[in-house]
Design a protein around this ligand. Structure first.
Ligand SMILES: NC(=O)c1ccc[n+]([C@@H]2O[C@H](COP(=O)([O-])OP(=O)(O)OC[C@H]3O[C@@H](n4cnc5c(N)ncnc54)[C@H](OP(=O)(O)O)[C@@H]3O)[C@@H](O)[C@H]2O)c1
Length: 349
């Protein structure tokens, strides 16, 4: 009988960072190991994990996933298979075939993550990022270096967490050019605006968002729109092959919105949302992140809480909107898994 399934490929994974997303990914990989091999011909070992404060673990044949999950749940120091390596040493020296960058996103200069990506490509290793810095700040240089070295540079987790965005565009919208995307790309600000609609003041809503772990350590990045701005820069590269500096994207956050604005919108049958817009028609590029009063007929107006959404304005289908989770360890871990499965197909340019 003709089998359409290819041969099993084995990937040796190194993790930079072992926080919320890395731990979510490990949980999924532990649960799905058999399914991934059976249905996707995907096999893996996690050979190395590097953190800033817990050190680096390495075993060339693979670390125990159950033990990694124990470490995730118990927050105890690393004690086995220790190596005197920082993340860059780990990338250079380990036998990993793919490096997953899950350290904090730094939108100033995106270091040390850019160095991590360069080191990986120079040593023939693929990169999958959840960290937004490299793709927001240095996409075209890194993509070119990856291509030169025959490596993948994949970023599904950076835009809408686990909600398929880049893969949806590249696979499901093939042959259907898009002229514009508009989205709610930041879950924390959407949650804050939803709380304000439910009657909370801006400060109370911020406190709620902090309590639920929605805000980045640098909450300015969320509420002033820097996080959404970085995601728009990544979308410009991935969707339109367009390099935008972050400062080229006009940005206004939500910190000036008060109950007065929220109430006035409600009376007018509208709703405030932090909307990121990118269009590329002819020579006319529009890129901005700003609060907008949306009519309730707009699908984005109905995206509440920490959910994210994006509307693609397409050639043949008109507007297509997808909505789903914009944050979370397992949700974002799933986006990383989808990039691993893309890598496994061998088609990733
Ligand atoms: N959480 C989400 O829902 C989500 C969604 C989409 C994208 N992301 C992005 O995914 C990345 C990971 O997010 P997270 O929520 O997992 O973050 P997190 O819980 O704060 O974990 C970050 C991890 O990175 C490690 N780290 C920081 N600097 C490092 C360095 N120089 N070398 C090695 N390790 C380093 C930290 O180590 P120490 O703990 O020892 O400092 C920690 O283990 C971030 O860039 C984030 O913006 C997150």
């Amino acid at each position: 009988m003709l089998s359409l399934k290819g041969s099993v490929r084995k990937h040796l994974i190194a993790l930079v960072g072992f926080g919320t997303v890395a731990q979510g990914l490990c949980k999924i990989l532990l649960e799905k190991r058999d399914l991934l091999k059976r249905d996707h011909q995907f096999e893996f070992e996690i050979v190395a994990v590097s953190t800033r404060s817990r050190g680096t673990m390495f075993h060339p044949a693979g670390l125990s996933l159950s033990y990694l999950n124990y470490l995730a749940q118990n927050k105890v120091p690393f004690v086995e298979n220790l190596k005197e390596w920082d993340a860059e040493d780990m990338i250079r020296e380990s036998n990993a075939t793919v490096v997953i960058e899950l350290a904090h996103s730094n939108m100033q200069d995106a270091e040390p993550a850019i160095t991590h990506c360069r080191t990986a490509f120079k040593t023939g290793k693929h990169i999958i990022c959840g960290n937004k810095g490299p793709a927001a700040v240095a996409y075209s240089q890194l993509k070119a270096l990856a291509k030169k070295r025959g490596c993948a540079f994949l970023n599904e987790a950076t835009v809408l967490s686990g909600t398929p965005t880049l893969g949806f565009y590249k696979n499901s919208l093939r042959g259907n050019p898009i002229s514009r995307v508009r989205g709610i790309l930041n879950g924390a600000t959407n949650f804050i605006l939803s709380e304000m609609e439910a009657g909370s003041s801006y400060d109370e809503a911020i406190q709620q968002a902090e309590k639920r772990g929605y805000l980045e350590a640098e909450k300015h990045a969320d509420v002033e729109g820097v996080d959404a701005q970085a995601k728009l820069a990544i979308l410009a590269n991935e969707l339109f092959d367009l390099t935008l500096e972050l400062q080229d994207i006009k940005r206004v956050g939500i910190s000036a919105l008060t109950q007065v604005h929220i109430e006035a919108a409600r009376r007018a049958g509208k709703r405030w949302k932090l909307v990121a817009t990118l269009s590329n028609e002819g020579d006319n590029i529009v890129a901005h992140v700003e609060p907008e009063e949306l009519d309730l007929s707009d699908p984005l107006a109905h995206v509440t809480g920490s959910m994210n959404a994006i509307t693609f304005s397409t050639d043949h289908l008109g507007d297509v909107t997808i909505t789903g989770p914009g944050a979370g360890g397992e949700e974002t871990g799933y986006a990383v898994l989808s990039d691993l499965l893309t890598l496994n197909t061998g088609v990733y340019s």
